[in-house]
Design a binder for this molecule. Structure first.
Ligand SMILES: Cc1cc2nc3c(=O)[nH]c(=O)nc-3n(C[C@H](O)[C@H](O)[C@H](O)COP(=O)(O)OP(=O)(O)OC[C@H]3O[C@@H](n4cnc5c(N)ncnc54)[C@H](O)[C@@H]3O)c2cc1C
Length: 444
């Protein structure tokens, strides 16, 4: 429909999704990816859409806000969500994926699409000569591009810290201690559980609180994202914070004792054969030596082999509400769009969602039309509103949650939380379906 290409910077989750959505709309794309020539502190491959930490895209079970966002992305026929579903690994109600298979499939999709050219080059600024540019360079954006964004749009980039959890070799777990079970399901095999007695837990907790951490540099004000706090930071709030949080034993029975353990560390498969296991909720900034010493105190992990250590990274984002229009373009530069974590959403699926929406918005501009955002009664619309119009100061990134979505209208009889959420999800699905229909009609 147009021969003018759009430049997309970053073949991460947002950028790969945006490129595929634009191509599907008939628009040629040049997708710039700096890896492998220049990498980030968290990426370990040159594959697109690499999941840098957990392999989970969170719950698929309605009525939850995370499941709703995925349901809506399904309605929008999100290319990346389709690939994620194809490489799902067992994880209860969560959509967890084999991260390498997922990234390879995304690479294949990009390669199959003749309208997309993948260019392996770092962009120090939005490249010249394109009708539009979508900047989707992620929270670990290269310094040069971050500098350009600062000087062009905002003198003040915001940031917080995000931590990565360790991955361990499955054959190094002591299976005479650990047991397979899903919460409240004896027969489930999605999670491998390492059960603590109270004495073992107290000893582990003490060691965790006292362990050496990677020192913050002088200029770093270590602000963490509350939903992704390092395990040692949670531990500092008191032993119960862990026993009632990350390590809660609810719904699990230790087959050795026939009783509920005092606490449980859960391990989740990283790939379909289950050779590597992620430590659920164990994002950390402990030194590698301390991780070996402290995490080997977990029952069943005395000889754990660490395939990847936990680590911590600065997570950069811009003040979207101050800079962006409702269609994710910069108010001062309407042909430049921002997507993914850099625009102030938090999370893998959320990054896919803003990548998708930025592409629809850029496509509307390419056609000379206007982009009508999805209504804030939907997860997509509510997320978009958060990153473009939140009144919170200072602005902070957010995962999708029911608090962002417009509440149900008052009136009617009083209903419980579960029913309220169910109705909210039903309304969101209806509204998004109608929005999609009308936006497709507008473009045909
Ligand atoms: C350490 C860490 C751990 C995280 N853990 C989780 C988690 O467990 N679960 C979760 O839901 N979210 C997590 N996140 C948050 C977030 O969801 C992910 O970072 C997600 O990958 C963001 O998607 P994105 O597309 O915005 O960026 P990315 O997926 O990071 O993609 C950005 C791409 O842009 C490329 N790039 C950067 N600069 C340039 C340039 N100048 N030129 C060309 N290419 C460039 C990068 O190489 C990269 O491929 C984590 C973030 C960090 C930093």
């Amino acid at each position: 429909m147009t021969s003018q290409p759009v430049a997309v910077i970053g073949a991460g989750l947002a950028g790969s999704e945006a490129a595929l959505v634009l191509a599907r709309a008939g628009i040629p794309v040049e997708l710039f990816e700096q890896r492998p020539h220049h990498s980030t502190p968290a990426h370990t491959t040159d594959l697109p859409a690499e999941l840098v930490c957990s392999n989970s895209l969170k719950s698929m079970q309605l009525p939850s806000a995370h499941a709703l966002l995925k349901k809506e992305l399904g309605i929008l026929e999100s290319p990346l969500l389709r690939e994620a579903r194809a490489v799902r690994v067992p994880a209860g109600s969560a959509l967890a994926v084999d991260r390498t298979a997922f990234a390879r499939r995304v690479l294949e999709c990009l390669a199959r699409e003749e309208r997309i050219t993948l260019i392996r080059r770092e962009c120090a600024r939005a490249p010249e000569g394109y009708a539009c540019c979508i900047v989707a360079a992620g929270p670990l954006v290269s310094d040069a591009l971050a500098g350009w964004l600062m000087t062009t749009f905002s003198s003040n980039a915001l940031h917080f810290y995000d931590a990565i959890a360790p991955i361990i070799a499955a054959d190094s777990v002591d299976m005479s201690v650990a047991f397979f079970a899903n919460r409240r399901e004896r027969e489930g095999t999605d999670y491998l559980n390492c059960p603590f007695s109270e004495t073992e837990f107290r000893r582990f907790h003490r060691a965790l609180v006292d362990a050496d951490r990677v020192a913050a540099r002088a200029f770093e004000n270590a602000r963490f994202f509350e939903a992704c706090l390092p395990v040692e930071v949670v531990a500092q709030r008191g032993p119960d914070a862990l026993a009632f949080g990350t390590l809660k034993p609810v719904g699990l029975t230790d087959p050795r004792t026939g009783r509920r353990p005092y606490a449980v560390c859960q391990l989740r498969r990283e790939n379909a054969p289950g050779e590597s296991l992620g430590m659920v909720g164990f994002q950390t900034r402990l030194t590698q030596k301390a991780q070996r010493e402290v995490f080997r105190l977990i029952p069943g992990l005395a000889h754990a082999e660490f395939l990847r250590y936990g680590s911590i990274h600065r997570n950069t984002y811009l003040d979207g509400p101050d800079l962006l229009t409702a269609g994710l373009s910069f108010a001062a530069h309407p042909a430049v769009f921002l997507a993914g974590q850099l625009c102030g959403n938090e999370g893998y699926t959320e990054s896919i969602a803003t990548g998708h929406l930025a592409a629809l918005s850029a496509a509307a501009r390419m056609r000379g039309g206007t982009f009508e955002p999805p209504p804030p009664t939907t997860a997509c619309g509510a997320l978009l509103r958060h990153v473009t119009a939140s009144r919170e100061k200072p602005f902070t990134p957010s995962n999708i949650n029911f608090g962002l979505i417009d509440p149900l209208g008052a009136g009617g009889k009083r209903i419980g939380k579960h029913d309220k959420r169910r109705l909210l999800c039903e309304r969101a699905v209806r509204d998004l379906t109608a929005w999609r229909r009308s936006s497709v009609r507008d473009t045909t």
